[in-house]
Write a protein that binds this ligand. Structure first.
Ligand code: TPP
Ligand code: MG
Length: 597
């Protein structure tokens, strides 16, 4: 029996004439009352479907028409983390997806809330993180005739270009199948962001409880293995066996796969030097003798056979093209998506498979001694690493006043060196580039950063998502500009008392803090931020602990104290305003006027 009554849960509750002792009791009563009456509704079916598929956490911002959905989810045992902006809720969901291989869920209101979350959803798609954004939407008839509803927007069609898939549920009996489709779309093949539109009418519609229960779908094997073709494995091994100067590049797809043991085993058994992309750092420890990270330009320029494991040949790898790369190098590429192959340069030995299956097939087919990088290659890499280590040590050991990026990061590196359990979130320009090079990672999936887009604004969302989904501490190393994009989530961090330490590298600007206004006027320059800002005082407003530090020993003490407390803290770390460079390490991508400013 389908009733078209669109009463909210609270209305259902009061029409039952029960005044609950507290809100949670009331909602739970509302739920069971509905069921004993033989009725359920869209709200309950969504929560039941999520629980059936083992969703543990929802990140969101409440409001019409999904407020009761958030309340009911919480009442039913799903953890609900309420944010100050949907972008951060979306980022928390996305990183939860990356860390758990299950879709992270972000819940938003209609039109503006939906759009606020959409950047995070698109970023998840770009990075290959499984995530589902569920948004409530207003009246379809009014939207489709553009008659001007409250928060009117054709959300599903707006989402399509930015997502892996977008679905809308128009009938309560389709909620189960809609959620099942969203889950499978998010995690199968190359994972990505999925949009699921739930209309207010569907949420509020009452429905026969038995039929409702039968309509739910538990997704079976949402991310089935994709076994590689045996001949593709053979071809890859033959190519590597003929290599003199082989190289393995690990991307965040390799980190996502959680095939850590087999990846390490293949690298160690073959002796091939490896280069981790930034979110693959820690898959093998950064101080592993085969790491070629400190000889990056040498290995990219000279490798004769390159094996890409879950790494795409995008801008982060200069598209695999000369002059950074040898024009004659051959490539092996392991990727779950066939269309990734040949995207930028011809791939001689593609292996289309999930990385776990590909690595175990490679290990099974590999003979002892079959692949042997030449000693001269290993030696050349070792020499270049030594040269670069020495150059870096000179920079790292200097003690300029005010601090620069290297001296501040030396202090952080030393505190974190015996805490491999800690997650490191990192965004900014110089703050990102220097931290990536200086902070060694020792465990897989512990470094979470701006990723494929180089996007700002992921900081607090990723930190919250990592802390909530793992229960482990997080240190977020943030440029002062980067931090501003999600800074209000300090209140969220404090409200949930999460073990997150935010370190703001305060150099007074985007890239640096000493830029000028070329008009000679009184306004600050386009890249200037507030000089001497005290970000530490922001967290104090919410009961967290603020630290203000101006030298490495103060930074060391503050970070140790903050980590020992396990409580929310923010360290305002004063960095020389002149220390950064425009666009950090990617100034080459920044067009500048030749005619004058
Ligand atoms: C969403 C978004 N907006 C703008 C940018 C452009 N952008 C790149 S880095 C950056 C901030 C760099 O300054 P900061 O975070 O203070 O790092 P610093 O270089 O000063 O260490 C900005 C705004 C971006 N990458 N993403
Ligand atoms: Mg800055």
């Amino acid at each position: 029996m389908l009733a078209t009554d669109t009463k909210s849960l609270s209305e259902v509750k009061s029409s039952n004439g029960q005044e609950p002792a507290n809100l949670t009791d009331g909602l739970t009563d509302g739920l069971t009352d509905g069921l004993t009456d033989g009725l359920t509704d869209g709200f309950h079916l969504v929560v039941d479907a999520l629980k059936l598929n083992e969703v543990e956490t929802i990140y969101g911002v409440a409001g019409i028409p999904i407020t009761d959905l958030a309340r009911l989810a919480q009442a039913e045992g799903i953890r609900y983390i309420g944010f100050r902006h949907e972008g951060s809720a979306g980022n928390a969901a996305a990183i939860t997806g990356f860390l758990t291989r299950k879709p992270g869920i972000c819940l938003t209101v209609s039109a503006p809330g939906f759009l606020n979350g959409l950047v995070a959803l698109a970023n998840a798609t770009t990075n290959g993180f499984p995530m589902i954004q569920i948004s409530g939407s207003s009246d379809r008839e009014i939207i489709d005739l553009q008659q001007g509803d409250y928060e009117e927007l054709d959300q599903m069609n707006a989402a399509k270009p930015y997502t892996k898939a977008a679905f809308r549920v128009n009938k309560p009996e389709d909620i189960g199948i809609g959620i099942a489709r969203a889950i499978r779309a998010a995690v199968s093949g190359r994972p990505g962001g999925v949009y699921l539109d739930l209309t207010a009418a569907v949420l509020g519609t009452q429905f026969d409880a038995d039929a409702g229960e039968k309509s739910l779908v538990r997704v079976v094997d949402p991310s089935p293995r994709q076994i590689p073709a045996p001949e593709s494995i053979q071809k890859a091994l033959d190519l590597l066996a003929g290599a003199k100067k082989p190289l393995i590049i690990l991307g965040k797809g390799a980190a996502y796969a959680q095939a850590d043991k087999d990846i390490r085993s293949f690298i160690e058994q073959t002796g091939i030097p490896f280069l981790p992309m930034s979110m693959a750092k820690g898959l093998l420890p950064d101080n592993h003798p085969q790491s070629a990270a400190a000889a990056r330009s040498l290995v990219l320029g000279q490798a004769d056979v390159v094996m890409l494991i879950g790494a795409r040949l995008n801008w982060l790898l200069d598209h695999g093209k000369a002059p950074k790369w040898s024009a004659t190098a051959s490539f092996v590429q392991i990727d779950i998506s066939a269309t990734e192959i040949d995207s930028n340069r011809p791939i001689n030995a593609p292996i289309v498979a999930d990385i776990g299956s590909a690595m175990s097939a490679l290990l099974e087919a590999l003979h002892a001694g079959q692949i042997q990088p030449r000693t001269v290659w290993i030696k050349a890499i070792e020499e270049r690493k030594q040269q670069n280590f020495e150059r870096m040590a000179a920079r790292l050991n200097a003690n300029p006043s005010p601090m620069n990026f290297s001296s501040a990061l030396r202090a952080i590196r030393d505190v974190l060196s015996d805490r491999p359990d800690i997650y490191v979130v990192n965004e900014g320009a110089n703050t990102l580039d220097f931290a990536r090079d200086i902070i060694d990672m020792h465990e897989p999936r512990k470094r979470l950063d701006s990723g494929t887009w180089g996007v700002m604004g992921i900081g607090m969302g990723y930190a919250i998502g990592a802390a909530v989904s793992s229960g482990k501490p997080v240190v977020a190393i943030e440029g002062d500009s980067a931090f501003g994009f999600s800074g209000m989530e300090l209140e969220t961090i404090c409200r949930y008392s999460l073990p997150i330490v935010v370190i703001v590298f305060n150099n007074g600007g985007i890239y640096h803090g000493d830029d000028v206004n070329f008009s000679g006027g009184a306004d600050p320059s386009p890249t200037t931020l507030m000089k001497d800002a005290r970000y530490d005082r922001l967290i104090e407003a919410f009961g967290g602990v603020g630290h203000h530090v101006v030298n490495p020993p103060e930074l060391t003490d503050a970070l140790k104290e903050a980590l020992a407390s396990g409580k929310p803290a923010l360290i305002n770390c004063v960095i020389d305003p002149a220390a950064g460079t425009e666009s950090g390490h990617i100034g080459n991508l920044n067009p500048t006027t030749k005619i004058g400013k």
